[in-house]
Ligand binder design. Structure first.
Ligand code: ZN
Ligand code: ZN
Length: 320
């Protein structure tokens, strides 16, 4: 895997992982006729992937299966500096895993059973906790790309887990913002926001005992949603078993809504964890990829063609 160049950093603190091996990934949007034979994530094709890291309930009859990514963005053991000039370069240390969410090639959260979605969450909790124990791992990223437009190279439902030595920029920025709110107000900003949104109701899509789904006030993408726990906790591993089941239920419901409006849309999901703290409130971002962003958005100032209030109303209506 010498195809991984490393983690590069410049004098402004910007970082990038350079990994050319990933361009050799199969362009595996396989047509329907050939998928069960060709899809490396379908049951029976386990030998086409790296060996199993976790299988629930067991390797033979797995319902959720985790293994190392064949084309990892990070893979090395130790995090150390390999170049120190005007620029810095580090070893690509970390772990990149794939979590196959179901045996069935064609499923999505909207038609998966909530108990099966719960198994996915259980598996994520286990892998997150294991990977966080590794020396040199400081952050575990969990995300999902569904559909070509969202960057998925294989259609079979799967999540990706990347354990890295550094915090992704988005997390560092969110951390600074929520920490500064906490210092000023002496309370968690998301706890305050949940109170505010529950009262206003206009951006609330749905809720249950443990979770709330909102279209954020500053939505940068149309129909973007955030799922937040009502109880304050920071990491997926802090979640109780009951909260995990209720999360599975609300995920199923939300994606039922998306499917009804957009008929199986591509999307990205990002789990925002942070080591337990008073200022960080665990949450999940969902970005349906129904529009393409253009040049202006590279400045970080997005133009959204749908108000979050209209998006919430539309989702709420189809979920009735
Ligand atoms: Zn498959
Ligand atoms: Zn909170």
């Amino acid at each position: 895997m010498a195809d991984i160049d490393g983690i590069r950093k410049d004098i402004f603190g910007r970082a990038v992982i350079v990994s050319t091996g990933r361009s050799k990934r199969p362009g595996a949007f396989i047509d329907k006729k050939h998928r069960e034979k060709a899809c490396p994530f379908c049951p029976g094709n386990e030998s086409k992937t790296e060996k199993t890291v976790l299988a629930i309930p067991n390797e033979r009859n797995w319902r959720v299966r985790v293994f190392k990514n064949k084309f990892p963005v990070l893979h090395a053991r130790n995090f150390k500096q390999v170049a120190d000039s005007f620029f810095e370069k580090y070893t690509p240390s970390g772990v990149h895993e794939v979590l196959v969410e179901t045996r069935k090639h064609d499923m999505d959260y909207s038609n998966m059973h909530e108990d099966d979605i719960k198994l996915v969450i259980d598996a994520l909790k286990q892998r997150y906790s294991e990977l966080m124990k590794i020396e040199d791992v400081n952050y575990v990223t969990i995300f999902k790309n569904k559909g070509k437009r969202a960057g998925a190279s294989i259609a079979h439902p799967h999540l990706q887990i990347i354990a890295a030595p550094l915090f992704p920029d988005v997390i560092s920025v969110e951390m600074e913002q929520s920490e500064s709110y906490f210092k000023k107000e002496k309370k968690c900003g998301d706890c305050d926001m949940i109170r505010e949104e529950s009262h206003a109701k206009t951006r609330v899509v749905t809720h249950n005992r443990d979770w709330i789904v909102i279209c954020p006030y500053v939505s940068t993408w149309p129909y973007q949603t955030t799922i937040l726990p009502r109880r304050h906790f920071s990491e997926i591993t802090d979640m109780t078993d009951e909260e995990a089941l209720n999360l599975a239920k609300i995920i199923k419901k939300l994606f039922h809504g998306y499917t009804k409006i957009f008929d199986d849309p591509p999307y990205n999901i990002m789990y925002h964890n942070f080591p337990s703290s008073d200022f960080w409130h665990f949450h999940i971002h969902i970005y349906p990829r129904i529009v393409t962003h253009a040049g202006f958005e590279f400045f970080g100032l997005n133009v959204n063609i749908t108000t979050p209030e209209d998006a919430a109303k539309m989702l709420k209506n189809v979920l009735r």
